[in-house]
Ligand binder design. Structure first.
Ligand code: CTP
Length: 415
């Protein structure tokens, strides 16, 4: 973090006091910090304490002409390497989601072209309110990254999701953003959105033997599935990756089970249950040779080829999505289609019993198959979300953040 410029926006919540400790940790790691307080933020921590800790004047007012002339909110917004909003109150998130810019903090958030990392903190009912849910979905779709909130006792005496993440968890997210190794893994994991959760991911193709030297397979590279496993681990989950044959390295901090065939993939997947989230990203071969030849098939003297009888493979996604004691609370499938993308994907969601389907166009011209980028549509019971084109890593991070959020909703609904 040495030499990185962090612009910290402090919203008006009780958790604002944590921002002081957070600034101290950032400075310790060599970052330079500039702080902006909202009006509410300045009720909880003084601009003076933030100025002392950041060694820069803490700013509050868009209409402070002197600072406007010297700095300019556009320049402030652009000069940072990363903008962190902590605490991000329900009000501040609502303003961000709607593009309001009526003070310096929100004007900077609207003007910035840099990544924004928000650290929500609010009462559990405010967090669960449909308006906040909508705002969070909008902000996620806009590419805002989030850390927390955590579950626990609140200043208002209630218990639930809404506590601001601890400084270590925020620092870990920043380190990941700058591509740095985390300082302390154990500290990092606690307070992460998927800490204590089990995530199961299938990835890659399967290979179905025809004879000892030949097999049926497909063009899947495993890049998307492996990116999902990495993203889940980065959010603190305990991850099992069941992978078909790929040339990719094993993701760090993930348990990898290597398989060849669809039958082996099914067995390994069932053995990895129970899990909280299952994401089936593998391109499982739909068929296998009905009678695998024990010896290499030979050419016939008349030059005719052998006729291959195929048998259907088990559907792993449909198997684990069936209602049962072991069904993961969130089951996500992929639909790789070359035509009628949305309709086929919607049908697949219902037919296979998945909660969500990630639909992507794999028409050869898109470069999605084997490439590093993807463009997907997320199909849920609520409808279809069109996500912009992005890298497979970004897609994975966004999907896992959504899954963590959904899991917290399922849990609070069950309580
Ligand atoms: N899938 C699976 N097991 C299979 C086939 C597919 O778990 N035997 C999962 C994939 O991992 C993916 C989803 O099902 O999450 C959709 O796979 P896809 O190949 O697109 O669909 P199919 O079931 O093969 O349907 P179709 O061939 O009609 O497109």
């Amino acid at each position: 973090m040495q030499g990185k410029r962090i612009l910290l926006i402090v919203g008006g919540g009780v958790a604002a006091y944590k921002s002081l400790e957070f600034v101290r940790c950032l400075k310790e790691r060599g970052a330079s910090v500039r702080a902006i307080l909202t009006k509410g933020g300045a009720e909880f921590v003084t601009p003076l304490s933030l100025s002392v800790l950041t060694e820069e004047k803490a700013l509050t007012d868009l209409f402070d002409l002197k600072d406007e002339a010297e700095i300019g909110h556009i320049r402030l917004a652009r000069e940072a390497d990363l903008v962190v909003v902590a605490p991000a109150t329900a009000d501040l998130l609502a303003k961000m989601a709607h593009g309001l810019a009526d003070d310096l903090a929100t004007a900077v958030l609207l003007a910035t072209d840099k990544q924004v990392l928000a650290v929500p903190a609010m009462n559990v009912r405010m967090w669960e309110h449909p308006a906040t849910r909508r705002n969070m979905a909008t902000l996620r779709a806009d590419g805002i990254a989030f850390v927390g909130p955590e579950e626990g006792e609140m200043a208002c005496g209630e218990y639930g999701l809404g506590r601001m993440a601890e400084p270590e968890a925020i620092l870990a997210a920043i380190e990941r953003f700058f591509g740095e190794k985390p300082v302390a893994t154990s500290l990092r994991a606690r307070g992460m959105p998927l800490y204590g959760r089990k995530v199961l991911i299938t990835s890659g193709p399967t290979q179905e033997p025809i004879d000892p030297v030949r097999y049926i397979a497909n063009r899947s590279s495993g890049k998307q599935g492996h990116a999902l496993a990495r993203a889940a681990a980065e959010l603190g989950a305990e991850v099992t990756l069941v992978s078909g044959p790929v040339t990719l390295p094993d993701p760090e901090g993930v348990k990898v089970v290597r398989v060849d065939t669809a039958h082996e993939m099914l067995a390994a997947t069932l053995a990895a249950l129970p899990a909280d989230i299952a994401i089936c990203a593998a391109a499982v071969a739909d068929w296998r040779a009905a009678d695998e030849a024990l010896q290499k098939l030979k050419k016939q003297p008349d030059g005719s080829g052998p006729s291959l009888k195929l048998a259907a493979n088990p559907d792993i996604l449909a198997t684990i999505a069936k209602p049962s004691e072991n069904r993961p609370r969130l089951v996500v499938g992929f639909a790789a289609e070359t035509e009628n993308l949305i309709e086929n994907a919607k049908g697949k969601r219902l037919r296979k019993g998945a909660d969500w389907i990630v639909a992507n166009d794999v028409w050869p011209g898109t470069g999605a198959m084997g490439g590093d980028r993807t463009q997907v549509h997320l199909i849920t019971s609520a409808g279809v979300e069109d996500w912009p084109p992005m890298s497979k890593d970004e897609m994975a991070a966004r999907l896992l953040a959504r899954a963590a959020d959904a899991l917290s909703q399922i849990r609070s609904a069950a309580e």
